[in-house]
Design a protein around this ligand. Sequence first.
Ligand code: C5P
Length: 221
Amino acid sequence: LAAGPLSGQHILVTSGPTHEPIDPVRYIANRSSGAQGSAIARALVALGARVTFVTGPAQVPPPDGVQVVRVQTARQMQEAVTQALPADAAVFAAAVADWRVAREVTSKIKKDAAGTLPVLEFTENPDILAEVAQMGAGRPALVVGFAAETDDVVAHARAKLARKGCDWIVANDVRPETGIMGGDENAVTVLSAEGADSWPRMSKDAVARKLAARIAQALST
Ligand code: C5P
């Protein structure tokens, strides 16, 4: 481990999308590449942190120097996060599916001759960030969530900060025309009880370094 301002600190990072099975061959996913989560984990390692990196099936490989835990579904991610605690800080960069298919189907759904269309019923996934943010004893000192929004970004993120009970929300605009989801750049606003801090558009690596530095500062005070 590198020596640095985060030496001796254990930080949990979630990253990537989750895949929620429909049947044995199909799943529901989202466009998260895992790029921002990987970059954050790398930046935390560079500052000396011990990082547990819980990742869904991402496009981008995990950084060197982290303990990687690979999962597919939200419920597996919840389990891995529980196993990884305690941590001094937790950064929830994963794009967790909000819903999963209610009934697990163990054989492939077939087309039927009459052309009857399948109907999927959904159920809510556990909100991993909210659970950790509100866990009481054993809660990481700093809990950071993300808010990927397509409209009224800061207003929605402000509401999310309160609802989830986390310390910071890193809000970003994921409208397709921004090219942020799946791209190399990000433009974020960091919201906390102290206020809103909008950073100019920069590389996801630069966002990660700036966020890691802010985390180091918060844990040292
Ligand atoms: O509610 P929403 O999905 O917009 O919240 C986004 C934030 O919450 C992200 O930090 C994400 O990692 C986290 N989250 C989670 N578990 C869920 C849904 C979101 O940890 N089931």
